[in-house]
Design a protein around this ligand. Structure first.
Ligand code: FAD
Ligand code: ZN
Length: 227
């Protein structure tokens, strides 16, 4: 939808990958719609995934015993978080929609993306106890997890619902911060299917993007995941 701001947080090393193709489609289609699209290409940026003392510029709140959560919260309040974190927070703040694009690694997001979550979504910025879930600080925003797998849809179907994997990402992170969640978009086993099927998957994503702004968020409650 024209005027909407979208941040795509992208975690794949190779532009020619299937994830790279999905990213390209997303940027093209949303730009065509008149959205303003920003991409955080984490590997290309050499994004630092480690949550360390280096995330605080200058003296610590308590230098006796380092507590990452407390220190980043305090640093956020006094404006002394490291520049790369502040830049990502600005992009999140401006965005109406956050799209996470990645290959599934060990039933989860790649470490570089998890590191983005750890470092960017700090207390004071994304939530502020007890302001969490429906009262999280990033209320009014939408998110969408778009990922690829190595395993086929059939394998996932026989080994338990893939929605279980989404509980920590969608509910534990996004919902916790007040962000509403759209249906995830999963491209199963792009490396194992035919070229034709791959093209079909890319077309399906393009089609979904065309009506994305009409979608209702999921009911992000335990029932959605574990029913
Ligand atoms: P690619 O291999 O890059 O792409 C697949 C094919 O699509 C390639 O042939 C490529 O050339 C082709 N392609 C790209 N663009 C286009 C286009 N425009 N048109 C047509 N074809 C195109 N999988 C699981 O299911 N569960 C796990 O827990 C899991 N853990 C993993 C852990 C690690 C550390 C690693 C490295 C992998 C893991 N995987 C797992 C597998 C991983 O999820 C898949 O390899 C990945 O999702 C595939 O996506 P890709 O973008 O890398 O595909
Ligand atoms: Zn939830």
């Amino acid at each position: 939808m024209a005027g909407k701001k979208v941040l795509i947080v992208y975690a794949h090393q190779e532009p020619k990958s299937f994830n790279g193709s999905l990213l390209k489609i997303t940027v093209e289609e949303l730009t065509k719609q008149g959205c303003s699209v920003t991409v955080s290409d984490l590997y290309a940026m050499q994004f630092e995934p480690r949550a360390t003392r280096n995330d605080i510029v200058g003296p610590l709140h308590n230098s006796e015993a380092f507590k990452y959560g407390v220190e980043t919260w305090e640093a956020y309040k006094r404006g002394s978080l490291s520049k790369d974190v502040v830049e990502e927070q600005k992009k999140v703040q401006e965005a109406d929609l956050l799209i996470f694009q990645f290959p599934l690694f060990w039933f989860n997001m790649p470490a570089i993306l998890k590191g983005w979550m750890d470092r960017v979504l700090v207390q004071g910025f994304a939530y502020n106890l007890p302001k969490t879930y429906d009262s999280g600080l990033l209320q009014g925003k939408l998110s969408l997890f778009s990922f690829t797998t190595g395993g086929t849809k059939e394998k996932y179907a026989t080994r338990g619902d893939i929605r279980y994997l989404l509980w920590p990402m969608q509910h534990g992170i996004m919902h916790f911060c007040g962000v509403k969640v759209l249906e995830p978009h999963i491209c199963y086993a792009p490396a194992c299917v035919s070229e034709e099927k791959r093209k079909e998957m890319l077309t399906a994503w393009t089609q979904r993007l065309k009506t994305l702004w009409k979608e209702e968020p999921i009911d992000c409650s335990p029932e959605w995941y574990f029913k």
